[in-house]
Design a protein around this ligand. Structure first.
Ligand code: PEP
Ligand code: MG
Length: 580
């Protein structure tokens, strides 16, 4: 792979840029394949020798805390890593074939493993798992030679990964990563949502990443132009440093814009609440002058703590402290969503049994909570107790049936009784709202509206389930369309029903924070939005530039024409006309 300036295209989230040095998150990567020059051979040999030594050191460390049995197995691993026959074969093939050493090593060992599996011998096939283990370790140390643990990743790194989980994002945020380049995922994935809320540049959908990008090299991410520049020129670095400063200044101005009210040209005030994922975001929310939370995703409390992935569920007391902290800081309402674990959010503390074939259609959110009463009770108790210290409202995610609402409300009433017996203070009239994010909930919205104190539309999931299209699957981005005619009709029905019944309704999915959708949502009747803090100023600026009547006309036209390409072009014209 030549070290020349190369541009790769992907799908960036937001407008951020990042300049840093590439860091391969080896656990998630395929073995890279690239051609080398004859001049590179010695360097490849050196990398191999160093990776072997590092692997041996790691194994020796593991041996220190192991019992005798394990110690013996690990000694065999060391002997295998020192195998001179393999080393000779690997080095010869690098010289003859002129491919990178990890690819050659991977191929030789894989062929060896294949031969072993064809021999019907139990002892030999048991040896296979040792060989796979050694192979994985050595390849990890070849492609990620500088660090063994994520917390040793140098600051200002741009993390390159095949996939990233929300927990990975938190870990890398803690060590000050500048950006992420990920092979697969989408802008409504929780990974993207979390990266955006930390202000870390993230770009998805760059295929075959490990063959295209080298470890430890200067690299730039430009999310707005959807590109990655490898081995940037001096000019690139100067330009992007300037752009990055400009973005910083723009962000400072955004804070001022976010503080002002959002009133349309025809004098309708639109309420903007914030979405938060972690309690620490409360501080930035105050900085932006926002005094209400429309969605606090509590599941991250179950996934990781400040330092590490957690292995124990948060106690009632620990949750109470967090909810109380947020509620006492924020003057307006604080909508806290009950645990929405499942889908792409897995809690290590819930154990391995929680793996499913179709997690987005699985044991998620309220379905899980209603079958795990002890865990759910801890959360409801903590929420109710914290409601004494601020304006907490409870929101239930992933409702698909009326019975789920009834069961949840009954459950909350029972917990209230228990708290009364314990003489605990709480808000007896706490509001219980429903997140509308399944097609079934949308279909029975006339029934749900009577049971709920308020509604919020979870468009991320609603679009996913309506279009039968995984929100994290990059191959389906063409289908994942929040203004598809089917979605527009459904949104209209939900919003009209809420408005006719005088029930507060907001929209809190990612589309709320995408400025080009703002006129559509206003035209559909949304008067309350909830979005990531970083999107607030841009959306408010659009609201100030439009009238409700113009937005209504736009939506009516989109609904009448029933054509997605018409919708797309009318949005484009609308944006042009109003300079937004
Ligand atoms: C949604 O689905 O739109 C939503 C707000 O919830 P989440 O993104 O956490 O699934
Ligand atoms: Mg959702």
């Amino acid at each position: 792979m030549p070290d020349k300036r190369t541009i790769l295209s992907g799908n960036g989230v937001g407008d951020d840029v990042a300049i840093g040095s590439s860091f391969f998150y080896a656990h998630s990567l395929d073995t890279p394949i690239y051609k080398i020059e004859e001049d590179d051979i010695e360097e490849e040999y050196k990398r191999f020798d160093e990776a072997v030594n590092k692997s041996i050191e790691e194994i020796k460390l593991l041996q220190m805390n192991a019992d005798n049995n394990i110690k013996n197995i690990l000694s065999i691993h060391i002997l295998m890593l020192q195998d001179k026959v393999i080393e000779k074969q690997v080095k010869e093939e690098v010289k003859n074939k002129l491919f990178n050493i990890e690819h050659i090593y991977d191929t030789i060992i894989s062929e060896y493993l294949e031969k072993l599996s064809s021999i019907n011998n139990k002892m030999l096939s048991e040896r296979s798992s040792d060989i796979i283990d050694i192979k994985t370790r050595l390849i990890k140390n070849l492609i990620q030679p500088n660090s063994a643990y994520y917390f040793q990743v140098p600051k200002n790194s741009i993390v390159i990964a095949k996939t990233l989980t929300p927990s990975d994002v938190l870990k890398f945020n803690n060590i000050g990563a500048e950006g992420f380049i990920v092979e697969s995922g989408g802008y409504t994935s929780h990974t993207a949502i979390l990266a955006k809320s930390f202000g870390i540049a993230i770009i998805f959908n760059i295929t075959d990443i490990s063959s295209k990008i080298k470890n430890g090299k200067k690299i730039i991410i430009d999310c707005k132009s959807n590109i990655v520049i490898m081995n940037p020129s001096k000019k690139d670095i100067n330009n992007y440093t300037m752009l990055s400063d400009k973005i910083k200044k723009f962000k400072e101005k955004s804070i001022l814009d976010a503080k002002e009210k959002a009133v349309t040209k025809d004098n309708i005030e639109i309420k903007i609440n914030a979405n938060i994922d972690i309690p620490e975001e409360t501080e930035s929310l105050l900085k932006y002058g926002i005094d209400s939370i429309g969605l606090y995703r509590t599941e991250f409390l179950y996934m990781f703590s400040d330092e590490e992935i957690i292995t124990e569920l948060p106690t009632e007391e620990a949750q109470f402290e967090v909810y109380k902290y947020i509620a006492s800081k924020i003057k307006g309402k604080v909508i806290i969503r009950t645990l929405d674990i499942g889908g792409d959010k897995i809690s290590p503390a819930l154990g391995l049994d929680f793996k499913e074939d179709n997690p987005f259609l699985g044991w998620r959110a309220i379905r899980f909570c209603l079958q795990n009463k002890k865990l759910f009770k801890d959360q409801i108790k903590a929420l109710l107790r914290a409601s004494h210290y601020g304006n907490i409202e409870i929101m239930i995610p992933m409702i698909s049936t009326l019975e789920e609402i009834e069961d949840t409300k009954k459950f909350i009433e029972d917990v209230k009784e228990e708290l009364k017996k314990e003489n605990q203070n709480f808000n007896e009239n706490i509001k219980i709202g429903v997140l509308i994010e399944t097609p079934s909930a949308a279909e029975i919205i006339d029934l749900i509206v009577k049971e709920a104190d308020f509604l919020s539309i979870g468009s991320n999931d609603l679009v996913q389930y309506m279009m039968a299209c995984d929100r994290t699957n990059e191959k389906l981005t063409y289908l994942y369309n929040p203004i598809d005619i089917s979605v527009l009709r459904t949104l209209k029905k939900i919003i009209n029903t809420a408005n006719e019944n005088n029930k507060p309704i907001a929209l809190c999915g990612e589309m709320a924070g995408v400025p080009e959708y703002t006129p559509v949502l206003l035209g559909l009747g949304i008067r309350e939005f909830s979005m990531p803090i970083k999107s607030i100023s841009a959306v408010k600026n659009i609201i100030r530039n439009v009238s409700i009547e113009e937005c209504r006309n736009l939506v009516n036209e989109m609904l009448e024409k029933c054509s997605n390409s018409f919708s797309k072009s009318s949005l484009y014209n609308f944006r042009k006309k109003f300079n937004i």
